[in-house]
Design a protein around this ligand. Structure first.
Ligand SMILES: *Cc1c(COP(=O)(O)O)cnc(C)c1O
Length: 395
């Protein structure tokens, strides 16, 4: 197993750990990097932007020279919107593969943009498969692009992007990937998985603070994107050409968040890069899931589909379990958890990303045990409806 060099220290201001998929718990060094002010036009800040782009590209491994990295102001959704509006031509058509909130958000974005699309909606979590893609593309030659979500953060499922990519390119179409919550911890190497562009943001697996995202795309696609965008500020081609010419962002960058992100990127490399980051999160997940299962909790997904990013648990059937109270009790013990997003049964989520290691995850499990006891919940087993739901994925 890959090792990692991170020394995790608890939040110095005593704030709770964020067991959430971004914003997440950052290191003291990342926070400290934000204490200085920067002129966005100054050489020193331009050097920050340059290094940031170079470091992100290097994470692709072999074939990275065919890509370029374009940072974009705003939260992650702004970068998704920028990618969709810039790379799908106005007369193009997308196939959106949805199994949760983020897939549906991409479809909603396309509706706003006035781009034609077909939606494959697999419900709360069932993964879109290569065969689905093959069938839909064969039936609809107008589709030019497929949109896939790498880790669908609303359930925590790791979608099978490799088979989706194979099906997409076998049919001669192009793939765009929302790798927001996976990039930096799970490989997305162009030498292994073909795609035209991916998108992620500062406050997920690279462990920076919120404020901007980035698009990593083939240079050929960046060139071809001229004139596609519906939006002045979200035009990836314009941001790219301006940045390459001047070294600057087109409009005011979130300077403090950018400098904090460079600190986070340097730590990411010092820790051992993508493999080590993925190994730490995987260990976090394994320790946390094993402990929660010992308490009687059941995960929505089988191990095969569990991502090392975030895990969905069913709420216990026990009448004494009230989520809002559970949330408060966990918070009092130093942990902010996340409500669930399943539409059929009640659930909650626990994130595995951020400045946390397995020692912290053991404390999370201990806090969960105490919280159940304080509520008078003797059995964390979910209702039968949840187990029926779970069986669908096995079928
Ligand atoms: C976090 C996330 C986004 C972006 O969400 P914002 O709230 O706009 O930052 C998009 N897609 C996925 C899969 C995500 O996890």
């Amino acid at each position: 197993m890959t090792s990692y060099n991170t020394v995790i220290e608890p939040p110095r201001l005593g704030e709770p750990y964020l067991l959430t998929p971004g914003p997440l718990t950052t290191s003291w060094a990342v926070k400290q990097a934000m204490l200085r002010d920067w002129g966005s036009w100054d050489d020193e800040f331009r050097a920050v932007t340059r290094e940031l782009r170079t470091r992100l590209l290097a994470m692709l491994g072999d074939g990275a020279e065919e890509f370029d990295c374009v940072p974009m102001q705003g939260s992650g959704s702004f970068s998704v919107e920028a990618m969709l509006g810039s790379f799908i031509p106005r007369d193009g058509k997308a196939l959106v593969l949805a199994n949760g909130a983020y897939g549906l958000r991409s479809a909603e974005t396309l509706r706003y943009l006035g781009r034609d699309f077909t939606l494959l909606d697999k419900g709360d979590y069932l993964p879109p498969r290569g065969d689905d893609v093959t069938r839909i593309l064969a039936d609809d030659p107008a589709i030019t692009h497929v949109i896939a979500i790498h880790c669908e953060t609303s359930s925590g499922i790791l979608n099978p992007v490799e088979e989706i990519s194979q099906a997409t390119y076998a049919a001669g179409r192009k793939l765009l990937i929302d790798s927001m919550s996976a990039f930096g911890a799970i490989d997305l190497k162009p030498s292994e998985i073909r795609y035209e562009a991916l998108v992620s943001s500062a406050n997920k697996c690279i462990e920076g603070v919120p404020g901007f995202g980035f698009i990593i795309a083939r240079k050929t696609e960046l060139e071809a994107a001229k004139g596609n965008s519906h939006s002045l500020s979200l035009d990836v081609h314009a941001q790219w050409t301006h940045m390459n010419k001047s070294g600057q962002w087109r409009f005011t960058p979130p300077t403090h968040a950018v400098v904090a992100f460079l600190e986070a990127l340097r730590a990411h490399q010092a820790d051992g890069g993508v493999a080590a980051r993925g190994a730490r999160y995987t260990r976090n997940r394994d320790v946390m899931v094993a402990g929660m299962r010992d308490l009687g909790f059941v995960t929505l997904l089988d191990n095969r589909w569990l991502s090392p990013i975030i895990v969905t648990f069913f709420c216990p059937a026990d009448g004494n379990f009230i989520f809002d109270r559970y949330y408060e009790l966990m918070k009092q013990k130093g942990f902010i958890i996340y409500p669930g997003k399943l539409t059929v049964v009640d659930s909650f989520r626990v994130g595995c990303i951020g400045q946390m290691d397995e020692t912290v995850m053991r404390q999370v499990v201990a806090a969960a045990k105490e919280s159940l006891a304080e509520m008078g919940v003797t059995d964390a087993a979910p209702p039968d409806a949840a187990l029926k739901e779970r069986a669908k994925l096995a079928a």
